[in-house]
Write a protein that binds this ligand. Structure first.
Ligand code: SF4
Length: 422
């Protein structure tokens, strides 16, 4: 474990050593912003707090202390987090996550919180001994990445790639399954890079998890095309394992080779197409999710058309559209930003195309009866299930997580179906 990498800020003056131990026997309001990796940190944090005699409350007004697990991946999220910090500035306030690692001054301008370094959460969790109970579990297989994307502030916060060992990840997964998890979200800033720093193979990891006993499924997290492309054959085959959802989250960001070059992404649109075709051969009908940034500095109308063309070619089931926003400390933030009206128009066109493709891809599924595993309760009287491809199916009733039943897909709601037991 490299503690002195550029993004490793364990010596960060803002991080208060032992900050966590000051939260004992009190009522805590914990709010999480951002990605699945951050959710994993919050679940660990909740387990630690409970072990320290704290009660977690859902209303900040009832709390003795406020903990915010922050994200700053885009400007919009940064503004949301700062608003929340300002709101609680006069309370006992703690921050963790990415923002205190890269934007101390922005935080210091609105409040004076105690910083809990994410590493402190991991170190303390290792000593707790219990695991979060519940139908959905998060396993953080690695943190940091190998990338040098010019727009990305996460890289500056989380640092270079650090993969946990296959044995550690498998053991944590087994413990979560033992505590009731039926869906295990395997995550990292770039899961595709897992093991590249330790000589391990992601396909081996997926096989190791799939060999565990118990009724559960693994949802593989986001994989950068640059790290996935060289190992796509083995990963595509691992997606056929019975306990692995055939769901690929592949952020393409742009369909223009010129813009991908400026972003420092490290792959070409053709390589993206090859990856998608390879997964389609191994796991026909797999679920494809992608991310697109529109309005990156220098993106011409022609570049944007190439992005639309790439989406028409790879036909994703879901597209997360982000309008580019300059992030402090990143190379791209030095470039001339584009007027908002252009970004707005391009994101509108992207969403329209994304929904069109999603509906076309959903059409053959409607009316079919397929096996669905119940994964969680949405609210009393409503349950979420998942198909083999991780398509969401909403069913009436309080169904038991882990139950697998044949379900007729009744209505297409674009990003999920309603269903009824067949
Ligand atoms: S792969 Fe790129 S976008 Fe992803 S965390 Fe790393 S630098 Fe950021």
């Amino acid at each position: 474990m490299n503690r002195d990498g550029p993004g490793d800020r364990s010596g960060d003056p803002a991080a208060t050593p032992g900050a966590l131990s000051t939260l004992a026997g009190v009522r805590v309001y914990l709010r999480t912003f951002g990605c699945t990796y951050n959710a994993g940190d919050s679940w660990k944090l909740a387990e630690i707090l409970r072990a320290q005699g704290c009660n977690l409350v859902s209303d900040p007004a009832l709390a003795d202390a406020i903990v915010l697990n922050t994200c700053t991946v885009v400007g919009k999220t940064e503004r949301k987090v700062l608003r929340e910090l300002r709101r609680h500035a006069q309370r006992p306030l703690y921050v963790t996550g990415c923002m205190p690692l890269v934007q101390e001054e922005a935080i210091g301008a609105v409040c004076s919180p105690v910083t809990i370094h994410p590493r402190e959460i991991h170190d303390a969790y290792a000593k707790v001994g219990s695991v979060p109970h519940g139908p959905v579990g998060v396993v953080q297989a690695c943190r940091g990445c190998l990338g040098s994307c010019t727009y990305c502030i996460t890289r500056l916060a989380r640092g270079p790639l650090e993969s946990r060992s296959l044995r550690d990840v498998t053991r944590e997964t087994a413990r979560l399954v033992g505590a009731g998890a039926v869906e295990v979200r395997l995550t990292g800033q770039d899961l595709g890079a897992w093991g590249r720093d330790t000589g391990q193979s992601l396909a081996d990891l997926l096989r190791s998890l799939a060999a565990l006993s118990g009724r559960f499924m693994v949802r593989p997290g986001m994989m950068n095309p640059a790290t996935l492309y060289p190992v796509m054959d083995s990963i595509a085959e691992a997606f056929t394992l019975p306990k692995v959802f055939s769901s690929l989250h592949l952020p393409v960001q742009s369909g223009s080779g010129t813009i991908l070059g400026k972003m420092g992404r490290g792959y070409s649109p053709d390589q993206v197409v090859s990856i998608v075709e390879r997964f389609e051969r191994a796991a026909p009908g797999f679920l494809l999710t992608t991310d697109v940034i529109c309005g990156f500095p220098g993106e011409t109308g022609g570049d944007f058309s190439k992005t639309l063309a790439l989406l028409r070619r790879i036909r994703p089931d879901r597209v997360n559209v982000t309008r580019y926003s300059p992030r402090p400390g990143t190379p791209a933030s030095l470039e001339k930003d584009m007027p908002d009206r252009i970004k707005k128009e391009r994101s509108r066109r992207l969403r329209t195309l994304a929904e069109e493709i999603a509906r076309e891809k959903n059409a053959p599924w409607k009316g079919r009866t397929v096996p669905v595993m119940i994964t969680e309760s949405i609210r009393p009287g409503s349950s979420m299930g998942r198909t083999r491809e991780y398509r969401g199916v909403v069913l009436e009733g309080d169904l038991c997580p882990g139950t697998v039943l044949p379900v007729r897909l009744v209505e297409d709601r674009t990003y999920y179906f309603t269903g009824e037991p067949a």
